[in-house]
Design a protein around this ligand. Sequence first.
Ligand code: NAD
Ligand code: IPM
Ligand code: MN
Length: 359
Amino acid sequence: MNAKVVLLPGDGIGPEVTDQAEKLIRSMSDQYGLGIEINTGLIGGAALDETGEPLPEDTLAMCREADAVVLGAVGGPKWDDPHAKKRPEQGLLALRRELKLFANLRPVRLHPALAEISPLKTERIKNVDLMVVRELTGGSYFGDKEEGDDFASDSCTYTREEVERVVTMAADMARARYGRLTMIDKANVMATSRLWRAVSAEVMEKKYPDVAYETMLVDAAAMHIVANPSRFNVIVTENMFGDILTDEASVLVGSMGMLPSASLGEGKAGLYEPIHGSAPDIAGRGLANPFGMLGSVGMMFEYSLGMREAARQVELAIWNAVSAGQCTLDIGGNLRTDEAADAVINQLGDIHAKKVAFI
Ligand code: NAD
Ligand code: IPM
Ligand code: MN
């Protein structure tokens, strides 16, 4: 197969969790005889320090050639000067834009062993199994910006085509899951949301009459996600609402460190990153939960390498590690980042051995 994977560790806990991703990819590559080629590039603050650019041309060129890109996190206090011309986060946004990654899939599933860690009552969260499809290359993140001492603006724009393609992807997912889709917007205030509403309704009526479809205002959705999260299955929403709602949803399943993501689009390479940031408060101490990152590697096997069974095995290995209490402090364990990742790799070995014995 000889797939090419690019690792972009970035900043803070980014390199700590990306090291674990590399171990997992190498172990899967050996196990399945895949001969995956791994290269590493600079992004974010680390790239700014070394090259003066948050997304150096070499990095982008490498990513364009790759089948998949695995990213840790970017940003941190060192680069937070509000007057700085270049910021680490611009590197990540430029990468998403350049690779045309318009859909960001963020699954949120509760492991029963983590129910008591959640601040919410167990009976409210026990069936949580969400897939949030966040639009990733439009909205206020990418509209024209003006920045001055007395005035600033971020314009929020969407086109019909941008809405159509991401809603179509989410509706396909809803059809393959439980046949339910919620589109979240702010149509009582935002013109872009009214476009989302009109275009989504059209797509759903014409192509997905079999999928139960509802719309919800984002403020109410923020409440329902904590009050009654299992009422949702697949959610589709614009860029910034999706960013905010998924950090909120991470609380349901125990920790920010648990949530993986896959960004897909028109181009060849998919981008795989945990939803968390560089966590400056715990960086450099071996405390970072690597499971969101390892789950992202699982998604890479499914969406970029076409290996669904391998992806399921990674998911199951993480699941088994959590069941066995082999995890980091944030979710009630006492393992360090690398030990928790090793536990997942060992679980994978067991799953593989059982499978081979069964065959
Ligand atoms: P954050 O996600 O880095 O951290 C929020 C909280 O969650 C912190 O208390 C942190 O310790 C905890 N946390 C995050 N990941 C964890 C993990 N794997 N294991 C255990 N605990 C974890 O958000 P923030 O503090 O608001 O942002 C810090 C920096 O990260 C900022 O510069 C921001 O721009 C950047 N950021 C980057 C990305 C990305 O690269 N994709 C995402 C979000 C934030
Ligand atoms: C995320 C992050 C990014 C975003 C930032 C770092 C640009 O919060 O990946 O969720 O807002 O998309
Ligand atoms: Mn975010």
